[in-house]
Design a binder for this molecule. Structure first.
Ligand code: NAD
Ligand code: DAU
Length: 357
């Protein structure tokens, strides 16, 4: 079996569903079920307990070592993290605790387990660390896209905590020989995306008749990748990536936030027009900018394409269409995750805006 951490979150749950659809091999899913973890994402696996073994727990807990031994784990895919930049600005402590200290403790459990394996299983073992393009910092308008050798220059508590975890993973390979792989991916979107992030927040607010909040001038650029393409890239790196290497993952789909929300509104106008016939674009509102807001991210994915033959299946337009269709068909899921705790966050984050969503 493999161990997936954070497999009840957005990307982790998509990975778990895709893995079990594509492989005979089962997995252990370790997730602390923070506000971002949701077992409803995995409801379609009910009854598959032999292949999907869910454990509620913290990656930093010492009991992870026993979990690795009990299930004779042959690979770990580490998604578990605090992942929202705005939350890291309001309350960074949890980001240090999970992303830095939690990853360190997980590496210690894995190192002890791996050390005791026989030579054959030791050589075959992999620790794949899922990271982000945000560790590279912000690009100017005409700068070339991030390659794997770009300087690390994180700008938010979130990206600094992810960069710290990337460094630890690298060090465990260099010092102890742990067979690690690291992936740095651009912005994901798709099913099960928690509606605190730009795209699912704006789908939710649009349908609820609420404002679509655009930070600052809306000209920040993100490089969007459909989540299923991220999952296929991770599977490919796990299967064939060179130990100790870093692989950037991206869809080559750079968009300004304004372009992203325009395309989103146009898609909604087509698939679920407003009763009054007016475009959802009229709900867009410019609000106060994010402190330290990175201007542009762009991923150069040449390495994973050349070495491992991975290319994304979706463009931004095809992926967004699938995403909007998914949200329209899963309004019950949205209702359930936009609970009291969610409303508390929205109140906090957008409190000082002229028209809070
Ligand atoms: P998410 O916030 O949706 O999910 C995180 C999951 O981790 C949740 O299920 C949560 O319960 C779990 N978790 C949190 N702390 C934990 C702990 N201490 N122990 C065990 N489980 C814990 O995040 P996501 O968007 O799915 O991101 C997954 C990973 O991918 C993160 O490492 C993130 O940095 C990285 N990443 C995300 C994106 C993106 O666009 N969302 C892009 C590139 C990389
Ligand atoms: O680049 C990869 C990263 O992408 C991941 O590592 C993070 O986990 C993930 O959250 C995401 O970070 P971003 O900060 O880029 O994503 P977010 O959806 O929060 O914001 C996308 C852009 O939209 C960003 O420029 C900020 C802007 N934005 C966001 C929100 C929530 C708005 O203009 N209004 C909003 O209300």
């Amino acid at each position: 079996m493999i161990l997936v951490t954070g497999g009840a979150g957005f990307i982790g749950s998509n990975f778990v569903l895709d893995w079990l659809a594509e492989h005979e091999e089962g997995l252990v899913n370790l997730d602390a079920l923070t506000y971002a973890g949701n077992l409803q994402n995995l409801a379609s696996l009910a009854g598959q307990t032999a292949r999907h073994f869910f454990v509620q727990g913290d990656i930093g807990d010492a009991s992870v070592a026993a979990l690795l031994r009990t299930h004779a784990i042959r690979a770990v895919v580490n998604f578990a993290a605090e992942s929202h930049v705005d939350r890291s600005i309001h309350a960074p402590a949890a980001f240090i605790e999970t992303n830095v200290v939690g990853t360190f403790r997980l590496l210690e459990s894995v190192r002890a387990y791996w050390h005791a394996l026989d030579a054959e299983r030791k050589a075959a073992f992999r620790f794949l660390h899922v990271s982000t393009d945000e560790v590279y910092g912000s690009l100017g308008a005409t700068d070339p896209a991030f390659t794997e050798t770009h300087a690390v220059a994180p700008n938010s508590p979130y990206s600094a905590s992810k960069a710290a975890s990337d460094h630890l993973v690298r060090a465990y390979h260099h010092t102890y020989g742990l067979p690690v792989l690291t992936t740095n991916c651009s912005n994901n979107y798709g099913p099960y995306h928690f509606p605190e992030k730009l795209i699912p927040l704006c789908i939710h607010n649009a349908l609820a008749g609420k404002p679509l909040p655009i930070y600052g001038d809306g000209l920040q650029v993100r490089d969007w990748l459909y989540v299923k393409d991220h999952c296929s890239a991770i599977r490919r790196v796990l299967a064939a990536g060179r130990v100790g290497e870093v692989y950037n993952i991206g869809g080559n789909q750079e968009k300004t936030n304004l372009d992203t929300i325009h395309t989103l509104c146009d898609t909604l106008d087509r698939l679920q027009p407003r009763a009054d016939g007016v475009s959802y674009r009229t709900q867009m509102v410019f609000v106060t900018d994010r402190p330290g807001h990175d201007r542009r991210y762009a991923i150069d994915a040449a390495k994973i394409r050349a070495e491992l033959g991975w290319v994304p299946a979706e463009t931004f337009e095809t992926g967004l269409e699938k995403t909007v269709q998914w949200y329209l068909a899963h309004q019950g899921w949205v209702q359930n995750v936009t609970s009291g705790a969610y409303r508390h966050w929205i109140g906090l984050q957008y409190a000082d805006q002229d028209r809070p969503p």
